[in-house]
Design a protein around this ligand. Sequence first.
Ligand code: MG
Ligand code: MG
Length: 257
Amino acid sequence: MIEILSQPELGRAKEAGALVANILHTLKSRATVGTNLLDIDQWAKSMILEAGGVSCYVDYAPSFGRGPFGHYICTGVNDAVLHGLPTDYQLADGDLLTLDLAVLKDGIAADSAISFIVGETKPAESVAMIEATERALRAGIEAARPGARIGDLAYAIGSVLSEAGYPVNTEFGGHGIGSTMHQEPHVPNMGRPGRGYKLRPGLLLALEPWVMADTAQLVTDADGWTLRSATGCRTAHSEHTIAITNDGAEILTLPTL
Ligand code: MG
Ligand code: MG
Protein backbone atom coordinates (compact mmCIF):
# COMPACT_ATOMS: atom_id res chain seq x y z
CA MET A 1 0.00 0.00 0.00
CA ILE A 2 1.15 3.55 -0.79
CA GLU A 3 -0.31 6.34 1.37
CA ILE A 4 -0.54 10.00 0.40
CA LEU A 5 -0.95 12.07 3.56
CA SER A 6 -3.44 14.91 4.06
CA GLN A 7 -2.27 18.27 5.49
CA PRO A 8 -3.43 17.38 9.03
CA GLU A 9 -1.65 14.03 8.76
CA LEU A 10 1.52 15.79 7.59
CA GLY A 11 1.33 17.97 10.68
CA ARG A 12 1.25 14.85 12.83
CA ALA A 13 4.11 13.35 10.81
CA LYS A 14 6.22 16.40 11.67
CA GLU A 15 5.50 15.88 15.36
CA ALA A 16 6.41 12.21 15.10
CA GLY A 17 9.59 13.10 13.22
CA ALA A 18 10.70 15.68 15.79
CA LEU A 19 10.01 13.22 18.61
CA VAL A 20 12.13 10.49 17.01
CA ALA A 21 14.95 12.92 16.20
CA ASN A 22 14.98 14.45 19.67
CA ILE A 23 15.10 11.03 21.33
CA LEU A 24 18.02 9.95 19.12
CA HIS A 25 19.80 13.25 19.80
CA THR A 26 19.39 12.76 23.55
CA LEU A 27 20.48 9.12 23.46
CA LYS A 28 23.59 10.04 21.46
CA SER A 29 24.56 12.57 24.12
CA ARG A 30 24.08 9.97 26.89
CA ALA A 31 25.81 7.01 25.20
CA THR A 32 29.35 6.95 26.57
CA VAL A 33 31.98 4.39 27.50
CA GLY A 34 30.35 1.99 29.97
CA THR A 35 26.74 2.69 28.94
CA ASN A 36 24.69 -0.50 28.77
CA LEU A 37 22.55 -1.09 25.66
CA LEU A 38 19.65 -2.15 27.89
CA ASP A 39 19.79 1.27 29.59
CA ILE A 40 19.59 2.96 26.19
CA ASP A 41 16.48 0.86 25.52
CA GLN A 42 14.91 1.91 28.83
CA TRP A 43 15.71 5.59 28.21
CA ALA A 44 14.08 5.31 24.78
CA LYS A 45 11.02 3.69 26.35
CA SER A 46 10.66 6.48 28.93
CA MET A 47 10.96 9.25 26.35
CA ILE A 48 8.51 7.60 23.93
CA LEU A 49 5.88 7.00 26.61
CA GLU A 50 6.30 10.43 28.24
CA ALA A 51 5.62 12.07 24.87
CA GLY A 52 2.49 9.97 24.31
CA GLY A 53 4.14 8.00 21.51
CA VAL A 54 3.70 4.34 20.65
CA SER A 55 6.69 2.13 19.83
CA CYS A 56 6.68 0.62 16.34
CA TYR A 57 9.08 -2.09 17.55
CA VAL A 58 7.82 -3.71 20.75
CA ASP A 59 5.15 -5.84 19.08
CA TYR A 60 6.82 -5.95 15.65
CA ALA A 61 6.89 -9.54 14.40
CA PRO A 62 7.73 -9.78 10.68
CA SER A 63 8.52 -13.05 8.94
CA PHE A 64 12.30 -12.40 8.98
CA GLY A 65 12.60 -11.92 12.76
CA ARG A 66 12.09 -14.11 15.80
CA GLY A 67 9.25 -11.83 16.85
CA PRO A 68 7.94 -9.94 18.60
CA PHE A 69 10.98 -7.65 18.91
CA GLY A 70 10.11 -6.72 22.52
CA HIS A 71 12.37 -3.64 22.76
CA TYR A 72 11.97 0.08 22.02
CA ILE A 73 15.08 0.80 19.94
CA CYS A 74 17.53 -1.03 17.69
CA THR A 75 21.13 -0.90 18.92
CA GLY A 76 23.86 -2.14 16.56
CA VAL A 77 27.50 -2.24 17.70
CA ASN A 78 30.35 -2.47 15.16
CA ASP A 79 29.46 -5.44 12.88
CA ALA A 80 25.72 -5.26 13.78
CA VAL A 81 23.97 -3.06 11.23
CA LEU A 82 20.21 -3.74 11.08
CA HIS A 83 17.54 -4.78 13.60
CA GLY A 84 20.07 -4.82 16.44
CA LEU A 85 18.42 -6.33 19.50
CA PRO A 86 19.55 -4.50 22.67
CA THR A 87 21.63 -6.79 24.86
CA ASP A 88 23.44 -6.61 28.20
CA TYR A 89 26.55 -5.03 26.64
CA GLN A 90 28.56 -2.07 27.92
CA LEU A 91 29.86 0.28 25.26
CA ALA A 92 33.64 0.50 24.90
CA ASP A 93 35.86 3.34 23.69
CA GLY A 94 35.88 3.43 19.87
CA ASP A 95 32.73 1.32 19.40
CA LEU A 96 30.66 2.27 16.36
CA LEU A 97 27.06 2.45 17.59
CA THR A 98 23.96 2.56 15.39
CA LEU A 99 20.64 3.61 16.93
CA ASP A 100 17.49 3.08 14.85
CA LEU A 101 14.13 4.28 16.17
CA ALA A 102 10.57 4.33 14.83
CA VAL A 103 7.66 5.77 16.79
CA LEU A 104 3.95 6.37 16.12
CA LYS A 105 2.57 9.70 17.31
CA ASP A 106 -1.15 10.34 16.91
CA GLY A 107 -1.34 7.56 14.36
CA ILE A 108 1.58 8.56 12.10
CA ALA A 109 5.03 6.93 12.20
CA ALA A 110 8.52 8.39 11.77
CA ASP A 111 11.74 6.41 11.43
CA SER A 112 15.36 7.54 11.74
CA ALA A 113 18.78 6.02 12.35
CA ILE A 114 22.17 7.46 13.31
CA SER A 115 25.63 5.94 13.60
CA PHE A 116 28.39 7.46 15.72
CA ILE A 117 31.54 6.52 17.56
CA VAL A 118 31.53 6.17 21.33
CA GLY A 119 34.29 7.71 23.44
CA GLU A 120 37.54 9.42 22.46
CA THR A 121 39.07 6.99 19.94
CA LYS A 122 37.77 7.75 16.45
CA PRO A 123 39.00 5.09 13.99
CA ALA A 124 39.41 6.81 10.61
CA GLU A 125 37.80 4.02 8.59
CA SER A 126 34.74 4.08 10.84
CA VAL A 127 34.43 7.85 10.52
CA ALA A 128 34.68 7.54 6.72
CA MET A 129 32.00 4.85 6.63
CA ILE A 130 29.54 6.90 8.70
CA GLU A 131 30.19 9.98 6.57
CA ALA A 132 29.57 7.98 3.37
CA THR A 133 26.11 6.92 4.57
CA GLU A 134 25.33 10.52 5.59
CA ARG A 135 26.41 11.83 2.17
CA ALA A 136 24.37 9.13 0.43
CA LEU A 137 21.35 10.08 2.52
CA ARG A 138 21.73 13.75 1.54
CA ALA A 139 22.04 12.76 -2.13
CA GLY A 140 18.86 10.70 -1.92
CA ILE A 141 16.99 13.58 -0.28
CA GLU A 142 18.25 16.04 -2.90
CA ALA A 143 16.90 13.76 -5.65
CA ALA A 144 13.46 13.58 -3.98
CA ARG A 145 10.81 15.83 -5.53
CA PRO A 146 7.42 15.44 -7.23
CA GLY A 147 7.84 13.64 -10.53
CA ALA A 148 11.14 11.99 -9.58
CA ARG A 149 11.08 8.22 -9.51
CA ILE A 150 12.23 5.80 -6.84
CA GLY A 151 15.03 4.72 -9.17
CA ASP A 152 16.39 8.28 -9.21
CA LEU A 153 16.72 8.25 -5.41
CA ALA A 154 18.15 4.74 -5.39
CA TYR A 155 20.70 5.72 -8.05
CA ALA A 156 21.72 8.86 -6.13
CA ILE A 157 22.20 6.90 -2.91
CA GLY A 158 23.97 3.96 -4.54
CA SER A 159 26.34 6.15 -6.54
CA VAL A 160 27.69 7.80 -3.39
CA LEU A 161 28.13 4.47 -1.59
CA SER A 162 29.81 2.81 -4.58
CA GLU A 163 32.11 5.75 -5.27
CA ALA A 164 33.15 5.62 -1.61
CA GLY A 165 34.17 2.01 -2.23
CA TYR A 166 31.46 0.11 -0.37
CA PRO A 167 29.62 -2.95 -1.66
CA VAL A 168 25.84 -2.27 -1.63
CA ASN A 169 23.25 -4.73 -0.34
CA THR A 170 19.81 -4.26 -1.93
CA GLU A 171 17.95 -6.75 0.27
CA PHE A 172 17.06 -4.14 2.91
CA GLY A 173 16.60 -0.44 2.14
CA GLY A 174 14.26 2.48 2.52
CA HIS A 175 10.50 2.40 2.40
CA GLY A 176 7.25 4.28 2.37
CA ILE A 177 5.95 5.19 5.81
CA GLY A 178 2.70 6.65 7.15
CA SER A 179 0.09 5.08 9.40
CA THR A 180 2.45 2.11 9.69
CA MET A 181 6.24 1.92 9.82
CA HIS A 182 6.90 -0.09 6.66
CA GLN A 183 4.95 0.52 3.46
CA GLU A 184 5.44 0.47 -0.28
CA PRO A 185 7.36 1.68 -2.16
CA HIS A 186 10.64 -0.06 -1.33
CA VAL A 187 13.63 2.25 -1.88
CA PRO A 188 16.70 0.13 -2.61
CA ASN A 189 20.13 1.62 -1.91
CA MET A 190 21.11 1.10 -5.54
CA GLY A 191 19.03 1.48 -8.68
CA ARG A 192 18.54 2.84 -12.16
CA PRO A 193 17.34 6.39 -12.88
CA GLY A 194 13.89 6.79 -14.39
CA ARG A 195 12.58 3.52 -12.98
CA GLY A 196 9.90 2.85 -10.44
CA TYR A 197 7.11 4.71 -8.67
CA LYS A 198 6.76 8.43 -9.42
CA LEU A 199 6.82 10.57 -6.27
CA ARG A 200 3.85 12.76 -5.35
CA PRO A 201 3.41 15.53 -2.74
CA GLY A 202 2.23 14.06 0.57
CA LEU A 203 4.21 10.83 0.24
CA LEU A 204 6.44 10.02 3.21
CA LEU A 205 9.62 8.04 2.62
CA ALA A 206 12.23 6.69 5.00
CA LEU A 207 15.58 6.73 3.16
CA GLU A 208 18.26 4.63 4.81
CA PRO A 209 21.66 4.02 3.24
CA TRP A 210 23.72 1.51 5.21
CA VAL A 211 27.01 -0.19 4.42
CA MET A 212 29.44 -2.82 5.59
CA ALA A 213 33.14 -2.13 5.09
CA ASP A 214 34.08 -5.10 2.91
CA THR A 215 31.01 -7.22 2.12
CA ALA A 216 27.39 -7.00 0.98
CA GLN A 217 26.48 -10.21 2.80
CA LEU A 218 24.54 -10.30 6.06
CA VAL A 219 24.31 -13.03 8.65
CA THR A 220 21.59 -13.34 11.30
CA ASP A 221 22.76 -13.38 14.89
CA ALA A 222 21.81 -16.24 17.23
CA ASP A 223 19.29 -13.83 18.83
CA GLY A 224 17.14 -14.25 15.71
CA TRP A 225 17.01 -10.49 14.98
CA THR A 226 20.36 -8.75 14.73
CA LEU A 227 21.83 -8.66 11.22
CA ARG A 228 25.63 -8.54 11.14
CA SER A 229 28.24 -8.29 8.42
CA ALA A 230 29.21 -11.79 7.24
CA THR A 231 32.91 -10.96 7.61
CA GLY A 232 32.68 -9.30 11.03
CA CYS A 233 33.67 -5.95 9.55
CA ARG A 234 32.25 -2.67 10.83
CA THR A 235 29.02 -1.19 9.51
CA ALA A 236 27.15 2.15 9.43
CA HIS A 237 23.59 3.33 8.83
CA SER A 238 21.91 6.74 8.38
CA GLU A 239 18.17 7.26 8.01
CA HIS A 240 15.71 10.14 7.78
CA THR A 241 11.98 10.26 7.20
CA ILE A 242 11.14 12.85 4.52
CA ALA A 243 7.89 14.27 3.15
CA ILE A 244 7.58 15.00 -0.56
CA THR A 245 6.46 18.64 -0.87
CA ASN A 246 5.23 20.62 -3.89
CA ASP A 247 8.78 21.47 -4.98
CA GLY A 248 11.15 19.11 -3.19
CA ALA A 249 11.35 17.24 0.08
CA GLU A 250 11.30 18.19 3.75
CA ILE A 251 13.31 16.25 6.34
CA LEU A 252 10.99 15.43 9.24
CA THR A 253 13.52 13.77 11.54
CA LEU A 254 15.76 16.70 12.46
CA PRO A 255 16.18 17.45 16.19
CA THR A 256 14.41 20.54 17.49
CA LEU A 257 16.18 20.55 20.87
MG1 MG B 1 14.79 2.76 10.90
MG1 MG C 1 13.36 2.37 8.11
